[in-house]
Design a protein around this ligand. Sequence first.
Ligand code: 4NP
Length: 156
Amino acid sequence: MKVLMVCLGNICRSPLADGILRHKVNKLKLNIEVDSAGTANYHEGEAPDRRMIETARLRGIDISILKARQFKKNDFQIFDQIYVMDQNNYRNVIQLADTETEKDKVKLLLQAINNYQALEVPDPYYGNQDDFDEVYNMVDRATDAIIDAFLKNEKR
Ligand code: 4NP
């Protein structure tokens, strides 16, 4: 299975989601490939935001080697599941889809968690450390849920 995490800049939320899921997948030796992208190209080629690198590092996850890239139409061909962080990302990605099959691959990340109240992972770019920690906790739970669903599917 191939999973793509998508946010706006690909320097805060989606590299974190990429790094956390990758870490868990490696630990459990699962056959899941993980990548991330941004709907915008403002930060193309840049490493993740320093505050997000630090937030992840404190929990034992290294995202410092990731490099931002823009989401492209071809990603619909490559990935099975495309997780977006908020409704804006959703609109921007869906606009590039040609078919219903492509559209069906796109989901809000927090929809991976059953009965979760919030739907959007908020953009922490203009926020403080609490905002970065909140994003971490949301993404941590959502990536657990993605793995649980993958394992359940495998057993069927
Ligand atoms: P991200 O956060 O979408 O989680 O990577 C942002 C990063 C940069 C900007 C916006 C959001 N920006 O406007 O530069």
